[in-house]
Design a protein around this ligand. Structure first.
Ligand code: FMN
Length: 442
């Protein structure tokens, strides 16, 4: 079978997309606390045959900059964060084939709780659930969730490994044929086909039996986006969809190979894991129309957006630094958030001690940095190049505003990709696994 792209919508149960400026866009809907807001997005993605819509999450708003939330509240910098699993279900009720993904942290929840939430979504959605596994990275999250500090980077992944053993253990603890529900015989389920997990480990204890029978997909699809060495090892072991952060083709090809090698090293089939890379697209019927849209979009981001979001992602207070003051070695080492972002700034600036200005320009945080801007052919050409040359297996499409970004992508780019045979014409099955060609776990 010819290889075709996997398409994921990068969603936020928030007042903005991953770009803080999106709420300021003249075409953004502002009723982000209504179910209909998310349902329209879901219907749009489904019209474009997206495999999955997934909601990101953090357990704190961005208040790392200056140690205060006032700037973020005033400027609407990703401050509203609804519970993504509840929002996911609202979107699921308005769609029939779209996969439904949400983010949940292995650092701050109990595995039993997460296993039950996503198993429930899988049942209620007829087998469309996916869980984006994150380890969480900044202090605001720790303080909201009863901890004094963020645990060390690699140890969070060690804990996440154990978390996954518990979650997947519970998910498999009802045999697929355990449930009977026979009113005549009075047998509800076969007792010998429901097993207790009895997990006692370094970080977690969970006895079972689990309270949700085997789900339509066998278990929900697992997503992960670790970029560091340890993160990739974790993803190689567990993930069925992997998100990558984008960048030039050569960088993506290296990352693609490294991730696929990790999957093989973990004894799994690399073809059974979809690596999707982050893209911002600004598209229209013609290139010049798209360029006009982009010119307007570029007027929307504020410098404070970048400073606040950098402080959040790197868990470092950028208010302590002047714009052109180099970071000291100790400050660089103290960055405990997305370390690959820090390393990219060192590499691209050619400086061991970059400045705040370097961080802002190189990461493009808060801006549609490196957005693909164009008409159907321009955008499809770029996506085709990344896909065909094995920079990725598909895309996590991020929006400059909602629902307009997705409507533009679906109306202008999807038909062009389909015409080229790069993207499916319709869903192949009912469940997310069927649509991704993923095997049902044993
Ligand atoms: C497309 C994409 C989506 C992500 N979504 C989230 C998220 O919702 N919540 C979160 O805490 N981290 C999110 N991350 C960050 C990753 O989970 C991870 O922490 C990051 O890529 C750094 O990798 P590392 O943890 O291996 O250092 C996302 C990353 C990417 C590329």
């Amino acid at each position: 079978m010819t290889r075709q792209m996997t398409m994921v919508g990068f969603l936020q149960a928030q007042n903005c997309t991953n770009l803080a400026m999106s709420w300021r866009h003249r075409d953004s809907r502002t009723d982000f606390m209504s179910a209909d807001f998310y349902q329209e997005i879901g219907r749009t993605l489904e019209r474009g045959k997206f495999h999955l819509g997934f909601f990101d999450d953090r357990l704190a708003l961005p208040d790392r900059y200056g140690g205060d939330h006032a700037h973020a509240i005033e400027h609407g910098i990703r401050v509203v964060k609804l519970d993504p699993v509840a929002v996911l279900m609202a979107m699921g009720m308005a769609t029939t084939h779209l996969g439904l993904g949400a983010t949940c942290s292995t650092t701050y929840y109990e595995p039993f709780h997460v296993a039950r939430q996503f198993a429930t979504v899988d049942h209620l959605s007829g087998g469309r659930a996916a869980w984006n596994v994150v380890t969480s990275l900044n202090e605001g999250e720790a303080w909201n969730m009863g901890r004094d500090e963020v645990a060390e980077h690699d140890s969070r992944y060690d804990q996440a490994d154990e978390f996954m053993q518990v979650v997947t253990g519970h998910w498999k603890s009802w045999d697929a044929d355990a449930l009977v529900v026979n009113k005549q015989t009075g047998l509800f389920a076969h007792p010998e086909k429901v097993h207790r997990l009895d997990h006692v480990g370094e970080n977690f204890r969970s006895r079972g039996p689990f309270t949700v029978p085997r789900t339509p997909q066998g278990h929900p699809v697992i997503i992960q986006a670790g970029q560091s060495g340890r993160g990739r090892r974790f993803a190689g072991r567990w993930a069925e969809i992997i998100f990558a952060g984008g960048g030039p083709l050569a960088v993506q090809q290296r990352g693609y190979k490294a991730v696929k090698d990790e999957i093989a090293a973990a004894g799994r089939n690399p073809d059974q894991v979809h690596l999707c890379t982050l893209v911002h697209t600004v598209c229209a019927a013609t290139k010049s129309e798209a360029e006009d849209k982009m010119s307007y979009i570029e007027t929307l981001p504020l410098e404070i957006d970048a400073l606040s979001l950098l402080s959040e992602a790197l868990n470092f207070d950028f208010a302590t630094k002047a714009m052109d003051e180099p970071f000291s070695d100790a400050e660089m080492a103290s960055i405990g958030g997305i370390q690959t972002m820090r390393d990219r700034v060192v590499q691209a600036s050619g400086k061991q001690n970059p400045t705040t200005r370097d961080f802002i320009t190189i990461t493009g945080r808060g801006r549609p940095h490196g957005a693909i801007v164009g008409g159907p052919k321009d955008v499809a050409d770029k996506l085709e190049e990344l896909f065909v040359n094995r920079g990725c297996d598909g895309f996590v499409v991020a929006a400059t505003h909602v629902p307009g970004s997705y409507a533009d992508f679906v109306d202008h780019v999807v038909p062009e990709l389909q015409r080229r045979g790069l993207y499916h014409l319709d869903y192949k099955g009912k469940t997310l696994r069927e649509n991704l060609g993923l095997a049902v776990p044993e």
